[in-house]
Design a protein around this ligand. Structure first.
Ligand code: TYD
Ligand code: MG
Length: 456
């Protein structure tokens, strides 16, 4: 029997490849995101490379001296830190984020800052006309910056231009609008986005140009999301924030030239994005009187301590299956903490709706926040506030024991700097100087419940 067509089916959300179409992606669970893609090319005809020899590749010793990459700082400290200390030549950087979150604004400001440092910067927009970008630059007070603008979507033309101009930094806004004429599928499809990212990354390596690709996070499956090109680039940054909040967080999720998990905090103002050098103060600024259900967590984001507030609400439910809603915290982790509270401390949450929120649009993924989450839940359930001016941190294990976490000293220092007078932390780990804070160390969750909320 003749073999059926060899097309692949690719998920536009996560890039998972399958051999048949289905309504829902098996890998990421997204609905309606599977698209048919023609195979990119069948490759060479012969089955093996065979006897025809290739060129010998120069191998070098691992011990060979290699100077660290020369980095260029933009002068925007929050941006430089997330990059790992500045822009590395020939690196490919992906900046993902929801449409409208401020990616173009951030990168235009960064472009101007790098140009001011003496880099030759080209900004190619496939979404806006040059006149629009110029208007935005004027609004940002960057009208005089020596950044070269182009409005183009044809990848071949863009590469030709870049080859001729030889910039130090090229910004491509956005990779989903780019269109390669050697790939037969619609702009925005997985193959097009991958081809554009591949060509631009290869260009970066070949011509020693740093390339920043903008990628929109898409909700519907018709347009490929930035995740499908994450593996091709050196650095992946996500620009996140909540609508209705001014704060924007630039988060490194992958960085071949620096620590991942680093964050930069910005505030969207009428004049563009401004840096927030002290995020703890910002995240706690909306805090009123300490209320039941509110707990301040002393966290670490990348290399920096950041305090933020967990808020919980616990209310009786008419539903057979109570609601568990989280914003800024993992739902699975919430379920685990509720289970530990029930199993190890005998505090049930059955018949109660639970809402948990990180104030200010911050997202926390550190397990060290477990104890702060548990404290917020208990405080809301018992309608009793925590001792005032207290920060909380610690990881909870399934046995109910509290595990020590990293950088205790930095967390305490930051808390003290912001005017807190006490901290609740796990026992064990390195001995630390509480530096003026009243430090209350506990071995397990049951002890915490007994100590802070009476017998529980
Ligand atoms: P933009 O950078 O266009 O978002 P993206 O490229 O991620 O889609 O940002 C658009 C939003 O930012 C828009 O809602 C207006 C707002 N904004 C300001 O509040 N202040 C400013 O100075 C600028 C330029 C934009
Ligand atoms: Mg934009």
């Amino acid at each position: 029997m003749a073999k059926a067509s060899k097309s692949n089916f690719v998920c536009a959300n996560c890039g998972n490849v399958t051999t048949k179409w289905s309504g829902r992606c098996e890998a990421c669970g997204e609905w309606n995101s599977i698209q048919e893609e023609a195979p990119l090319g069948t490759g060479p005809a012969s089955k093996t490379i065979g006897a025809a020899r290739g060129r010998r590749v120069t191998l070098s010793d691992l011990a060979a001296e290699e100077a660290p990459p020369p980095r260029t700082s933009s002068g925007i400290a929050e941006f430089d830190r997330v990059l790992g200390g500045g822009l590395v030549p020939a690196s490919a950087i992906l900046v993902g984020g929801d449409p409208g979150i401020g990616k173009s604004t951030l990168l235009l400001q960064a472009a101007a800052a790098f140009a001011a440092e003496g880099l030759k910067v080209v900004y190619i927009s496939g979404e806006e006309a040059s006149a629009q970008i110029r208007m935005r630059a004027q609004r940002l007070g960057l009208g005089a910056a020596p950044v070269m603008l182009g409005a183009e979507t044809n990848l071949r033309d863009i590469l030709t231009t870049l080859e001729a101009e030889k910039p130090d930094l090229a910004i491509i806004d956005s990779v989903q609008t780019m269109w390669a004429d050697h790939v037969e599928s619609a702009p925005g499809s997985v193959s097009q986005v991958r081809a554009a990212a591949h060509e631009l990354t290869a260009f970066a390596k070949r011509r020693n140009t740093a390339v920043i690709l903008v990628g929109h996070v898409t909700k519907e499956g018709q347009i490929a999301g930035p995740r499908v090109v994450e593996h091709m680039v050196d650095t992946v940054l996500y620009f996140e924030g909540e609508r209705g909040h001014q704060f924007r967080i630039l988060r490194a999720v992958k960085n071949r030239f620096g620590p991942a998990d680093e964050i930069g905090v910005f505030e969207m103002t009428g004049g563009g994005l401004s840096e927030v050098p002290n995020p703890s103060a910002l995240f706690l600024s909306e805090r009123g009187q300490p209320a039941p259900g509110s707990v301040v967590f002393a966290g670490i984001e990348g290399t920096r301590p950041v305090l933020c507030e967990f808020q919980a609400l616990v209310a009786p439910t008419p539903l057979a299956q109570p609601r568990r809603t989280t914003v800024g915290w993992d739902g699975g982790r919430l379920a685990m903490i509720l289970a530990v509270l029930e199993a190890r401390c005998g505090i049930p949450f059955a018949g109660l709706d639970v809402y948990l929120n990180v104030a200010g649009g911050m997202k926390i993924s550190e397990p060290a926040a477990d104890l702060a989450v548990a404290a917020a839940l208990l405080s809301a359930r018992e309608d009793a506030g925590l001792p005032p001016e207290t920060v909380v941190f610690g990881e909870i294990s399934l046995s109910g024991a509290l595990r020590p976490v990293s950088q205790t000293e930095n967390r305490l220092k930051e808390a003290q700097k912001l005017g807190f007078s006490a901290a609740i932390a796990p026992e064990g780990g390195k001995a630390v100087d509480p530096s003026g804070l009243k430090l209350n160390r506990m071995s397990d969750l049951a002890a915490f419940v007994g100590d802070v909320f009476g017998a529980g």
